[in-house]
Design a protein around this ligand. Structure first.
Ligand SMILES: [Zn+2]
Ligand SMILES: [Zn+2]
Length: 372
C-alpha cells in the first residue's frame, strides 16, 4: 500500500480512537467520516434512518452491480475509576478507519464499473444498528456487502486473515409462569408456579436437534416465590439463552422451546407466557465472494497466511443484511491483529499495522467484485 494511504489510515484511527461514542450517539464519529467521504468525491447521506448512520455513494457511471463495504462505529460503556466512559475495545474504530481508507483508495483510483456504497453503521453492540440502516431503505439496492472484524489473538495471529467468520445465531426466551397461590398446608388448592417452572427447565433440557450443528439452550435466570416460605407460589420467571450455528437449527430450537414450555406448564395446571426474542441470525456467505476474498488475502499477505473459515460463538448484527435485504449477498473478513487480552476487555490492544493490511484487502476485494 502506498505511504500516503498508510499515513491516512493511522490519521483516521487516531481521531476515531480518541472520540469513542456509544451506539446511536456516534455524532462526532459520523460527522468526521461523512466529511472524509465527501472530501474524496462520494455523494454522502447523513443521519441515515434518523440515526447516526452515514452512507457514501460512488458511481462509476458504467452499468454494473452495487457493492458495499460496511463498518461499525460504536464503542462500549465502562465504569472506570467511578466514571462512566466509552471505550473502543471491540476495534470498531479500526474497522471504520480501514473501510474509509479503502473508500479513498477506490475513489482516487476509480472503480471499473457499477457503484460502491460505503456504510458507516451505528450501534453494532446493541444489535440495533444494522436494522436502522436496513429500515431506511437506503441499502435496498446493495447486491453484495462485505464486513470485517479484527480477531482475538487466540483465533488469528497478526499477519493472517480468514475470508469467512461464521458467527452463530443467538436468541433468548423469557417465560412468566403463572399458577395459583394457596396455603402451604393445603397445596392441593393451589398451582405451584415454581414446580411448573422446574418442569419447563427439565423439558427444555430434553430438546433434541441435529447434533452435527453446534447449538445450546440452557436456563440462565430463575426467579420464583415470595418472602413467605409457607405459601404456594403463583408466579415464576425463567430465561433461556439459545445459540446455534445455523438459522435452521435456531428456528427449530425456538419452535421446540415454545411448545415444550407450554406443554410442561400445562401438565402442571399452570400457564406459561412465552416471549422469544428475534435475536441475531447466523452467518450465511456467498461462495463466490468468499473465494475472491481468499484470493485477495493471498495477494496481500501471502497464501501461507490465508486461514480457514472461523467458527465464532459470538453474534454480529451484520447478518441481518442478508436476512432482510432483497438481494444482498455477503462475505466477512476476519483480520488477524493479535487483539488481546480479549475483545471487550477494557484494556484491549491490537497490532495497528493490521489496519494497513485490512484496508488493502478490502479495496482489492471490492475491485475484484466490480471487475466481474
Ligand atoms: Zn463487540
Ligand atoms: Zn465488534
Amino acid at each position: 500500500m502506498e505511504q500516503i494511504y498508510i499515513d491516512y489510515v493511522y490519521k483516521l484511527f487516531e481521531f476515531l480512537h480518541s472520540h469513542p461514542e456509544l451506539g446511536m450517539e456516534e455524532h462526532e464519529t459520523s460527522a468526521f467520516l461523512a466529511a472524509e467521504l465527501e472530501d474524496c468525491g462520494f455523494q454522502v447521506i447523513r443521519n441515515v434512518g434518523g440515526k447516526t448512520g452515514v452512507i457514501g455513494i460512488l458511481d462509476s457511471g458504467r452499468p454494473g452491480k452495487t457493492v458495499a463495504l460496511r463498518a461499525d462505529m460504536d464503542a462500549l460503556p465502562y465504569v472506570i475509576d467511578g466514571e462512566n466512559v466509552a471505550r473502543h475495545t471491540c476495534g470498531h474504530d479500526s474497522h471504520s478507519a480501514m473501510v474509509m481508507t479503502a473508500a479513498r483508495m477506490l475513489a482516487e483510483r476509480g472503480i471499473p464499473c457499477g457503484r460502491l456504497k460505503i456504510i458507516f453503521q451505528p450501534a453494532e453492540e446493541t444489535l440495533a444498528g444494522s436494522k436502522s440502516i436496513i429500515d431506511s431503505g437506503l441499502a435496498d439496492d446493495v447486491d453484495e456487502m462485505m464486513g470485517l472484524h479484527i480477531r482475538p489473538k487466540e483465533e488469528l495471529g497478526f499477519g493472517q486473515a480468514s475470508p469467512a467468520v461464521y458467527h452463530g445465531a443467538s436468541s433468548r426466551a423469557d417465560i412468566i409462569v403463572r399458577g395459583r397461590s394457596a396455603h402451604g398446608a393445603r397445596p392441593q388448592q393451589g398451582i405451584n408456579a415454581v414446580e411448573a417452572a422446574v418442569a419447563i427447565v427439565n423439558a427444555v433440557n430434553m430438546i433434541r436437534v441435529d447434533p452435527r450443528v453446534s447449538h445450546s439452550v440452557k436456563v440462565t435466570r430463575f426467579f420464583g416465590g415470595g418472602k413467605a416460605v409457607n405459601i404456594i407460589p403463583d408466579k415464576a420467571e425463567i430465561s433461556f439463552d439459545m445459540r446455534a450455528q445455523s438459522n435452521q437449527v435456531m428456528a427449530e430450537l425456538k419452535e421446540k422451546l415454545r411448545s415444550c414450555a407450554a406443554l410442561a406448564a400445562g401438565a402442571n395446571g399452570a400457564e406459561a407466557e412465552i416471549h422469544i426474542s428475534e435475536g441475531v441470525p447466523a452467518a450465511e456467505f456467498d461462495g463466490g465472494m468468499v473465494e475472491d476474498l481468499r484470493l485477495v488475502i493471498g495477494e496481500v499477505l501471502g497464501n501461507e497466511n490465508v486461514m480457514p473459515p472461523i467458527v465464532s460463538p459470538g453474534g454480529e448484527d451484520f447478518h441481518f443484511y442478508i436476512q432482510k435485504l432483497p438481494h444482498c449477498k455477503t462475505a466477512f473478513l476476519g483480520l488477524g491483529s493479535d487483539a488481546a487480552p480479549g475483545l471487550h476487555h477494557q484494556d484491549m490492544c491490537f497490532n495497528h499495522k493490521a489496519m494497513e493490511y485490512g484496508a488493502e484487502i478490502l479495496a482489492g476485494a471490492v475491485r475484484k467484485r466490480l471487475e466481474g
